[in-house]
Structure formats: structure tokens, C-alpha cells
Design a protein around this ligand. Structure first.
Ligand code: M5T
Length: 585
């Protein structure tokens, strides 16, 4: 008997059912499985037209339900599950997909379309296996499958239909009926797994578990605490991107703008650099060094102490770990460049958000004086350098996570398109000893690279100047597109992807790194807030990126949601598409 050993394999693991369906709970409880129920917040709103077959829709919805819970739990429940189970049941008849009816008339429409006919019930199931890595990031491994059961309804008279609808039973059930209760009276035959119709294909599930789950012991309740680096990066970045992180700064949002400005000002005045090279200065000495008033400097120092950025012992100051690790300009994970960009570019732009929303146009002219327009313009050397410093900060913080997201051992050469200062390329070279990486970026960007000396230079990283929309791309087995696509208008996205597909041979890879929006576009906030400052591009979900890349011949191989600002997806080229008719809008 396969069931018992399978269920007992899960003993000691934190198993979570990402479903509010009482039937699923009952089926799995009766089988002896011990689990917690955390209903998914994923809204079943995927575009059905995008799926070739009904079961693909059910499987994708099940995946999204389970992934949403798997990703939410470490933050909201402070524990990482071992296994999350999601499911979605749909009824399919005459090419239509029927879900739960929205009202009685909808139930009538559904039931009358089933009357006297055979239909299919599909349940898509996703099992997400969560592996917490040493750095406490979580790796998600997905197993999915579906089960089909055929059901034939008797001819239903109007009276029967309305009597059944008025019983209230149809409302929370796919297709508007419950085969396990009154709805059983409408059914002439069932071919296949009965429990699949009720909402969960138990037999198929156990078979999958049997082959997919290895019986390694794991603590029942792993409490997820971020290690300090991940935590500080996250907090600081959320902080900068305007999210309510009440643990870090109390009494938000009233203190929020003041906190940000204190951070920006301290960073701009190089306070953290000064206290790194000369710890133990008092307010008067600091004031003298940064050429500022004594009173103002003292207020700023005290504010920074209250924010946990500085420490003070008997009126002398030194950097707290947070400042040492992230805020001094030469820290390995320095946010200095990014803070400067936020202060001098993002802040003025966002203070014109109201008119940006009203007019739907860039507010640069309004937000900046002539002098600042020049300083922040991407066509000026200073503006370019400023932007490069900001991108360099982000690449340093996210680089390792992206570079180690996938097994890339089959690739020998990579090309980071728009790779800017090479910060990401160096991470890839360090993480993959067999990989050479070419950074391809505009001549004016490559020229300025002398300002960014890598900590560990590596002769497997080289720079080639060119325009990825116009020039021939360097040959590589793997193309990297990190934070590029979201910023481009659709036509440029397609030009770039076509060029990559043309440069690739079958089996070549494409690694995409972006913020992936939740499928229902309810988060993450950092992606949706970033969209407010984008005039041309577009934020997309993982499914949208998959479909976009698929239209150029790339198929999704792996997805990684990293919780370190950027997510990543690895694609493989199946065949080369040069025909623009293949391109989806
Ligand atoms: C055909 C049929 C369906 N159902 C129920 O229909 C819901 C489908 O909806 P779902 O979207 O898959 O699930 P949900 O109930 O919204 O829960 P969740 O997993 O949180 O989305 C599930 O409940 C199933 O049992 C029955 O109880 N009996 C039947 O004969």
C-alpha cells in the first residue's frame, strides 16, 4: 500500500495546505496527513485565453496559490514551511472553463450547460518544496500535475435546477455542483478519481510524493530570521523605497520623510566615511571636518544614533555595524551611490508624483533646476556616473544572489547585456569558475568603468562597447538581462529579444533578473512603486515574462524568487524565431 508510507514520510515536516476549501482539508486529514492551513491570497484571475488546454490553467493557478503562501510565510508567519500544497479545481465543458458561480444566475448558466452531457473535472495540484539555504534564503522546487475525471449529468429539468440552486450548495463549488452531497443526485456516471471531482486527487498526489520527497529529517518549525546582511539590505531598501517598516523606524509614517532626509544628508556629507577613518570624534570635531554648523551637526549625529546608524559613547561618535557595512562609500556592499541617486534624482521626481499621475508625463523639467537637469541627465558625464554608481550599488547587493540562483555549469561564456560597471559580471565569474563573462554596454558607459575598480579583478570578465539595440551582440552560451526589460518600451523589448534569439543557437540560455510582480499585481510594493517612476517600460509578473520570452523561442527552465530585491528566471532557447509574426503584443 503506497499511501501510509508516503504520508508518514512527511512526519516532522511543516506541511501547509494553501487552500480554504473544506473538502481538501477533509480529504487530506482523513488520509492521516498532519498540516497547517494557510489559505492563499492569490486571486484566480489568470487570463484563460493564454492557456492552450483547460488543465494548464488549473495547474498554473494551483502553482500561483501555493507559491504565494510559500513566499508569504517566512515574512508574515516567521517560519518557512517544508512543503506547500496548492490546488485548483475547474469544470470544462464545450471549450469553456467553469469555476465557482458568482451568483444564482451564474450557477443556472453553468448547470444548464452541463445538463445531459459529459464534462471533465480537472484539478491542478502544485507541491512547492521549500529549501532554506545557509544564508537563509529559500529555494523553491515545484512539482505539479493534474488529474482529469469525466462526469456525466442526467437531463435536468428547470424545477430540479432551481431547487438545487436554491439549496445553496452550488455557490462555493466549481461548475456549481458538489458531487459529494446533493449534487450526487444529478450524476449518471463518473469515470476516474471521485476525490478529484470533490477537489483533491489523493491517489495521484501520493504517487507524486512517493517519487519526489526524500525522507530527510527537518525541524518541524523552522523560525526564519534573516542574517544581518540580508536583513539590513532589505530594511534599508524597503526604507528607501517608502514602505512602512515600523520595526526599523518607530512611529512611521510621521517621521518617515525626516528619517530619509537624515540618512541622505549624513550620506551626502560623508559622515559615515569620516567616522570610519576617524572613529571617536565629538560633534564639534565632526562639524569642523564636514564644514557644517556645530548645532546642526550635533542634531544630525543624535538623529543617526536614534536610527541605529551611529553609536555614541560619552558624546563621541562612531559608525554602527549598519553604517560600516552599507553606508560608507567604499564598503563592499555600499549603498552610497544608490542613496545619492535617491536623494538627488528620485526624491525631487517623487515630490512631483501628483502631477506625474495627473499628466502621465515625465516631471524632470519641473523637478529640477537647469543646473540639476544637466547634473542628472543621462546624456551628461556627471549624470551617467551618478546613475552608474546607483546601479553599481544595486548590482553589488543583489549580484551574488542572482549569480548563484541556478546551476550554470553547462555554460562556458556569458554576456551581460547592459552590464554597466561589471559588478554583476564579477559575481558570475566568482560563482562559476568555468565561466567567462563579457559586459556589453554603451561606449560612454564602458569608458567610465575606470571609476569602479572591482575588489577581486578577474581576467574572465571583459568589456565590449556597443548598443544592444543596434550592434551585433557578442557570442555567448548564456545571455544575462538584469534590470533591463522593465525599462524598455515594448517595441525595443522585442528588438532586443529577437537579437538575442538570433545570436543564440539551440540550447543557449537567457538569464532574466527583474522584480517579478505577483500574478494578481498586488505586490511586491517595491515593483509597483518603481513603476511610478517609469515613463516607458512596464513591470511584469513571472508568467508575463515567460510568455514574452516564449514568443521569441525561449522556454522557462527555472524561476527563483529571491527576496533580495530582484528575482531571476533561467530560459533555454528551443528554436530560433526570426519571424516577427511570432511576436506577441
Ligand atoms: C466539482 C466540485 C467542486 N467542489 C469544490 O469546488 C471548489 C473549487 O474551487 P477552487 O478554486 O479550486 O478552490 P477554493 O474552494 O476556492 O479554495 P482555494 O484552494 O483556497 O482556492 C473546491 O473547494 C472543491 O472542493 C466540490 O466541493 N465538489 C465538486 O463536485
Amino acid at each position: 500500500m503506497v499511501l501510509n508510507p508516503v504520508i508518514s514520510k512527511l512526519a516532522g515536516k511543516l506541511v501547509v495546505l494553501a487552500s480554504a476549501s473544506p473538502r481538501r482539508l477533509e480529504i487530506l486529514r482523513s488520509a492521516g496527513l498532519r498540516f497547517e492551513v494557510v489559505p492563499s491570497w492569490f486571486k484566480e484571475t489568470l487570463d484563460k485565453g493564454l492557456f492552450k488546454a483547460p488543465h494548464e490553467y488549473a495547474v498554473e493557478t494551483a502553482k500561483q496559490k501555493a507559491l504565494e503562501v510559500a513566499r508569504r510565510m517566512p515574512f508574515k508567519h516567521l517560519k518557512t514551511p517544508d512543503i506547500v500544497i496548492g490546488a485548483d479545481t475547474i469544470v470544462s465543458v464545450d471549450g469553456m472553463i467553469l469555476e465557482k458561480p458568482v451568483d444564482k444566475h451564474d450557477a443556472y448558466r453553468m448547470l444548464s450547460s452541463l445538463s445531459g452531457k459529459e464534462h471533465s473535472v480537472f484539478t491542478g495540484v502544485a507541491i512547492v518544496l521549500c529549501h532554506e539555504k545557509e544564508n537563509e534564503e529559500v529555494d523553491y522546487q515545484l512539482v505539479d500535475f493534474y488529474e482529469e475525471t469525466k462526469v456525466k449529468f442526467a437531463d435536468l429539468s428547470e424545477d430540479m435546477l432551481w431547487e438545487y440552486i436554491n439549496s445553496g450548495e452550488p455557490m462555493d463549488k466549481a461548475g456549481g455542483y458538489g458531487i459529494q452531497a446533493l449534487g450526487g443526485m444529478l450524476v449518471e456516471y463518473v469515470h476516474g478519481d471521485f476525490l478529484n471531482v470533490v477537489g483533491f486527487p489523493l491517489n495521484h498526489f501520493c504517487k507524486q510524493l512517493h517519487t519526489q520527497i526524500t525522507p530527510t529529517a527537518s525541524p518541524a518549525h523552522k523560525v526564519c530570521f534573516y542574517n544581518s546582511i540580508t536583513k539590513i539590505c532589505r530594511l534599508l531598501t524597503l526604507f528607501i523605497e517608502n514602505l512602512p517598516i515600523a520595526n526599523f523606524v518607530s512611529a512611521l509614517p510621521s517621521t518617515f520623510p525626516k528619517t530619509l532626509q537624515a540618512l541622505f544628508t549624513a550620506s551626502k556629507l560623508c559622515l559615515f566615511d569620516l567616522l570610519h577613518s576617524r572613529p571617536g570624534l565629538d560633534a564639534a570635531q565632526v562639524a569642523q571636518e564636514i564644514k557644517a554648523s556645530e548645532k546642526g551637526t550635533e542634531c544630525l549625529l543624535e538623529a543617526c544614533v536614534s536610527l541605529g546608524l551611529l553609536k555614541s559613547i560619552e558624546k563621541v561618535y562612531e559608525n554602527a555595524d549598519l553604517a560600516t557595512d552599507f553606508l560608507r562609500s567604499d564598503a563592499p556592499f555600499s549603498l552610497h551611490g544608490y542613496l545619492q541617486h535617491c536623494n538627488e534624482t528620485m526624491w525631487p521626481l517623487f515630490s512631483h508624483l501628483e502631477s506625474a499621475v495627473q499628466e502621465g508625463t515625465s516631471q524632470r523639467e519641473k523637478a529640477f533646476s537647469k543646473h540639476m537637469l544637466q547634473k542628472t541627465s543621462s546624456s551628461s558625464r556627471e549624470g551617467k556616473l551618478r546613475f552608474m554608481k546607483a546601479m553599481h550599488s544595486i548590482a553589488k547587493i543583489t549580484g551574488k544572489t542572482i549569480a548563484t540562483a541556478f546551476d550554470l555549469s553547462t555554460y562556458k561564456s556569458a554576456c551581460d547585456l547592459g552590464g554597466c560597471t561589471g559588478a554583476l559580471a564579477y559575481e558570475f565569474a566568482e560563482a562559476h569558475p568555468g565561466l567567462s563573462v563579457t559586459v556589453f554596454d554603451l561606449p560612454a558607459v564602458v569608458e567610465l568603468n575606470e571609476f569602479f575598480h572591482p575588489q577581486h579583478p578577474d581576467n574572465r570578465v571583459s568589456f565590449v562597447a556597443g548598443d544592444f539595440l543596434k550592434d551585433e551582440l557578442p557570442k555567448a552560451d548564456l545571455y544575462i538581462l538584469a534590470r533591463i526589460l522593465h525599462d524598455l518600451p515594448d517595441e525595443k523589448v522585442h528588438i532586443l529579444l529577437s537579437k538575442i534569439a538570433d545570436a543564440c543557437t539551440a540550447g543557449c540560455g537567457l538569464l532574466l533578473s527583474e522584480i517579478f510582480l505577483d500574478e494578481d499585481r498586488r505586490g511586491p510594493s517595491r515593483g509597483l512603486l518603481q513603476a511610478l517612476s517609469m515613463s516607458e517600460g512596464k513591470q511584469r509578473s513571472a508568467t508575463e515574462y515567460s510568455l514574452l520570452l516564449k514568443s521569441h523561442g525561449f522556454i522557462t527552465a527555472h524561476i527563483r524568487h529571491t527576496d533580495n530585491l530582484l528575482d531571476a528566471m533561467l530560459f533555454t532557447l528551443l528554436q530560433c524565431f526570426s519571424d516577427s509574426a511570432e511576436i506577441l503584443d
